[in-house]
Design a protein around this ligand. Sequence first.
Ligand SMILES: CN1c2c(nc(N)[nH]c2=O)NC[C@@H]1CNc1ccc(C(=O)N[C@@H](CCC(=O)N[C@@H](CCC(=O)N[C@@H](CCC(=O)O)C(=O)O)C(=O)O)C(=O)O)cc1
Ligand SMILES: N[C@@H](CCS)C(=O)O
Ligand SMILES: [Zn+2]
Length: 788
Amino acid sequence: MQTHNLGYPRIGSQRELKKACENYWAGKISRQELFQRGNEIKLANWTIQQDNGIDLIPSNDFSYYDHVLDMAFSLGAIPERYHPVILDKSNAEIDLYFAMARGYQAKGLDIKAMEMTKWFDTNYHYIVPEFHKGQTFKLFSTKIIQEFAEAKLAGFKTKPVILGPVSFLLLGKEKEAGFDSIDLIDNLLPVYFQILEKLIAHGVEWVQFDEPFLALDLKEKEKQAFLTTYSKIKKEFPHLKTLLATYFGSLEENLSFAVSLPVCCLHVDLVRGVDQLAELLAKKPQNLSLSLGIIDGRNVWKNDYRKSLTLIQKVKSVVANDQVFLAPSCSLLHSPCDLDSESTLDTSIKSWLSFAKQKLNELQDLKVLAQDSVLNKLLTGSPEGELTAETYENNQKAIESRKNSSLIHHQNVKQRLKEVNNSDFERNSEFSIRRTIQRKILNLPKYPTTTIGSFPQTKEVRKARADFKFGRITADEYQTFIQDETRKTISAQEEIGLDVLVHGEFERNDMVEYFGERLRGFAFTAYGWVQSYGSRCVKPPIIYGDVSRPEPMTIYWTKYAQSLTDKFVKGMLTGPVTILQWSFVRDDQPRSQTCQQIALAIRDEVKDLESEGVKIIQIDEPALREGLPIRQKDWESYLSWAIGSFKLSASGVRDQTQIHTHMCYSEFNDIINHIANMDADVITIECSRSQMELLDAFADFKYPNEIGPGVYDIHSPRIPSANEMVELLQKAALVIPDQQLWVNPDCGLKTRKWDETRKALEQMVLAAKEMRLHAKEKAFTLNTISSN
Ligand SMILES: CN1c2c(nc(N)[nH]c2=O)NC[C@@H]1CNc1ccc(C(=O)N[C@@H](CCC(=O)N[C@@H](CCC(=O)N[C@@H](CCC(=O)O)C(=O)O)C(=O)O)C(=O)O)cc1
Ligand SMILES: N[C@@H](CCS)C(=O)O
Ligand SMILES: [Zn+2]
């Protein structure tokens, strides 16, 4: 039996990668220094994994920005618009790579970033490869080979992790009609072969191909591509040990097909897909090894050794020992690095947890405990050997302590949920009635302009918060500082000419963590960072118990901001689904129940904001689409409780109160009826990177409520022109009646600098004015025509 890992967090335990990249982008460190920092992280990761008993350590799981972009870059899938970047001799390969990720605005060039979207149902974002009909590929970057060689030189014989050819194509986007990306498979495979040839020349033994699409609904053509691909790889490289990794769900109807693929080892997710084990064991060909994804790579709870050993025992009764591999369910990219760094967590809660490093240790423990001489006795209650018995008993003690802890259960919270009734999920009147009332009160111009909530979280803001946290400044000093930032931001928005203002969210470290810190039932970490995209990280809170709101969470800052202006300031909340989705969630009750508990806490906040005179309240739900199960058959049940939770949080207010929601990174076509069912008065959505394509769903559906399609991409430092935003708005106005349209950026502005923000918003306001002018001219022309 061997342990292996599918991927280790690449940000560094102290977010060293973030700091290195951001310093490089700011011109503060050289390319060599950037690579030096990267190499240090890789070496530290290989060492940790070796020290914690991993037999097969991955390489190429490191990335300077994103592993899908890495693959596109390796395969030469570099859109033509970026080619001028590398023609500039002062730029290197890495600058071209970052230009694709972040856009490029220098030396007379102005190139937008590539699209970014969610990695399956996670909070990680990948860069979407772009494909054209008949596209050819070539080996452009040798990163995969270099990293293998680098590890080998440092004494580690690694297993390169490569995004499999089929998933790579399915993750991309066809940039023109008339073909499917999967049609490119024959053009693509020769480059994969080149990579494999080179790896073999360097002495590679195992290669891991990540094919997460095997756990999704597949079309016949896609299945055929899997078969062709892995048969050809087998034919070309008969001695290469191939590990096919599936994760994030069960193989289900693809199981028979997946076990028939000619690979040496199949990795399955036994955390989300434990039900597939029996069928897998029954159908697995004799020569196929199995990698058991037994440790949860998507959550932070300690593994229950009794459950895992029972599973392993089942496998061992059918499969030879040397054909069994133990692994996390998926890459540990989604786990925080090291629980040992957490000194302030409640000790009981800490004893229930396991982060990436601890998960490696769990694998090592399980490997030892699963030895024939130990396993049966452990499970029948007469353990052999003191050390193994102690390891097992300690684990079971922690599992039991969590089951029985009084920290978790609160009868009043459970009771309140039981008392919720159908009317709590609906607004008093239908939208058309609410709209008339709200229009009278708000009296906004056509194409009202607004932003999504956050304004630049500058170094100074972050520093002030850190200073306050570590006692270097007092609570009063911190409050004064945040007041100043809020005041400056209100003035800036007035100067820019925005119609509906926001307070800027300066008091928030993060839109989820901030609420987690104020809700009962949540724990938070000091260093539990997880990569969200590029250099951006989040610190998901841990929901360990029943959730309730001890006191109001946002009233002070909303009221403070409103006191500074006559314009309306939106109250700004994070919705229950997003709080759930971007936290580590307890696994001892259905997610739906936890979500509804959060919904009730947010409902109280919404009502308090309304009582304080706030007229517009935004409840952000950017993670609603991301939470959609990866299999379509599970959608209805998820959507029913997720949309229900949003409505439960939003429906306690009077008709006069305008409820906004905001979503980014969302494809709506297939769930537009559910989005409409949310019944938010206004929805602001990310739209600009896809050139308003997303709006088609709203148009086709005849979406009745108001919409703010994002008119510029906030993830890129590039400043958009008013003209390009007018073009987007005109595109929007072709499909959505103009009295329904708002004008806003794609998402919050926290990652941007102030000068970029100001310039971009000024252009946006100009664009809205231009649209109003067009609308007036159009109305005038129509009037003239009709009166003639
Ligand atoms: C909207 N998005 C969000 C997602 N998930 C969330 N949980 N939150 C989101 O907002 N998913 C989808 C998108 C992803 N987008 C982003 C955008 C931006 C970030 C980001 O900027 N992250 C920050 C960390 C934010 C944070 O928690 N900041 C804290 C701690 C700040 C810090 O680093 N302090 C330093 C000390 C500072 C000093 O002394 O100068 C330290 O601790 O070392 C805070 O502001 O208090 C990031 O830096 O990556 C994420 C996702
Ligand atoms: N209100 C949040 C939403 C991000 S999705 C923000 O503006 O950052
Ligand atoms: Zn957003």
